[in-house]
Design a protein around this ligand. Structure first.
Ligand code: HEM
Ligand SMILES: *[C@@H]1O[C@H](CO)[C@@H](O)[C@H](O)[C@H]1NC(C)=O
Ligand SMILES: *[C@@H]1O[C@H](CO)[C@@H](O)[C@H](O)[C@H]1NC(C)=O
Ligand SMILES: *[C@@H]1O[C@H](CO)[C@@H](O)[C@H](O)[C@H]1NC(C)=O
Ligand SMILES: *[C@@H]1O[C@H](CO)[C@@H](O)[C@H](O)[C@H]1NC(C)=O
Length: 324
């Protein structure tokens, strides 16, 4: 008993000294304060996902966009105000969706345990649960205890999110700036096993790769011809194609098999084949079990980027606005 007190006291001192920052997320953070929290999220996701088959892709991407801009603090969920343009209204927000689902879950949680569960945690849990429910399999563990930020700035989304035109060096630097490795980069890109991409984000590879009306030589020519039958031209902002052709409705390791056939959709996908180290990781991840294990671990690392914990930030009452 004495020993335990001693340990707790030590921990408290370390925390005051700031030693325990960042690693503060834990399993079932709401066990005491809102025991049904995780179950409510899951039940709500079950309700929504049957009517919205695209929800898993939307929510995983939203969680990624949240974490890469000011850490996983729910800043992506905030609406613009009269004096501020939020992340939501930046160029890379293109096709983000599912905000209404997060709001709906939040409402249910506020009814049960007001002011307790953060929007950042709801998003992290919901992203996991949509994949798990839709594809009917256990996925990754989500630690909780994040708190919500109060700032969301459009320009920061543009500055912090990797672009589909990035080469390997740029991708590596983008991930490194968030404390993530090349291994995380290759593993997390595997999220492109589901979902869609808009033509204008890759059609330079089809129609004008170097400004001479040419095609990207690193893109499979048969696949390029197929894509040309879909996309209307360089500025087609409305047509979408599956990122993992023929398998975009399954959460599997097919992304890596397709990638090895030079059928990665974006330059940022193709870039993963341009160094030996990343190519080796791609080859490993073709193995489905390996992919699932690694994806879970990298999601956990992504979900911990620059999180606010303890008494930092706030617990928003409504996910789209900061508390007044
Ligand atoms: C490595 C750098 C990455 C780049 C450059 C990138 C870029 C993109 C782009 C341009 C789109 C298409 C958006 C559209 O046209 O509507 C997209 C879609 C998507 N991304 Fe990424 N992404 C990256 C990493 C990630 C990560 C780390 C995740 C999650 C772990 C992720 C999950 C998704 C999902 C699920 C979609 C499909 C969205 C939908 O169907 O609406 N991406 N990504
Ligand atoms: C994305 O931003 C544009 C403005 O740049 C806005 O019109 C659009 O509604 C936003 N999309 C989402 C999904 O928030
Ligand atoms: C990647 O892109 C950056 C910025 O355009 C450029 O400076 C760099 O040389 C490129 N790196 C490679 C290996 O192509
Ligand atoms: C292709 O790119 C070049 C150089 O940027 C540009 O001058 C030309 O107009 C582009 N072609 C088309 C069809 O947009
Ligand atoms: C998708 O499947 C069709 C029919 O099996 C096949 O012809 C096509 O090559 C596949 N697409 C890709 C990109 O592999």
């Amino acid at each position: 008993m004495k020993m335990r007190f001693f340990l707790v006291a030590c921990l408290a001192v370390f925390c005051i000294l700031g030693v325990c920052q960042g690693g503060n997320l834990r399993k079932k953070f709401y066990k005491k304060t809102c025991p049904q929290a995780e179950e409510i999220v899951r039940t709500k996701i079950q309700e929504h996902v049957s009517a919205r088959p695209d929800l898993p892709a939307k929510l995983i991407r939203m969680h990624f966009h949240d974490c890469f801009v000011r850490g996983c603090d729910g800043s992506v969920l905030l609406d613009s105000t009269a004096t501020n343009t939020a992340e939501k209204d930046s160029i890379p927000n293109l096709s983000l969706a599912g905000f209404d689902v997060i709001d709906d879950i939040k409402e249910a949680l506020e009814a049960k345990c007001p002011g307790t569960v953060s929007c950042a945690d709801i998003l992290a849990l919901a992203a996991r649960d949509t994949v798990s429910v839709k594809f009917n399999k256990p996925t990754w563990e989500v630690l909780t205890g994040r708190r919500d930020g109060t700032v969301s700035i459009s320009g920061e989304a543009l500055a912090n999110l990797p672009a589909p035109f990035f080469n390997f060096t740029q991708l590596k630097e983008s991930f490194a700036s968030k404390g993530l490795t090349v291994h995380d980069l290759v593993v997390l890109s595997g999220a492109h096993t589901i979902g869609i991409g808009h033509c204008n984000l890759f059609s330079n590879r089809l129609f004008n790769f170097t400004g001479k009306g040419d095609q990207d030589p690193s893109l499979n020519p048969t696949y390029a011809n197929f894509l040309k039958t879909k996309c209307q031209g360089l500025s087609d902002t409305t047509t979408t194609v599956e990122m993992d052709p023929n398998s975009s409705n399954t959460f599997d390791s097919d992304y890596y098999s397709i990638l090895r056939q030079n059928k990665g959709l974006f330059q940022s996908d193709a870039a993963l084949l341009t160094t030996k180290i990343s190519r080796n990781i791609v080859n490993e991840l073709v193995n489905q079990n390996k992919f699932f294990t690694e994806f879970g671990q990298s999601m956990k690392r992504m979900g911990a980027i620059e999180v606010l914990t303890g008494s930092a930030g706030e617990i928003r009452k409504k996910c789209s606005v900061v508390n007044s």
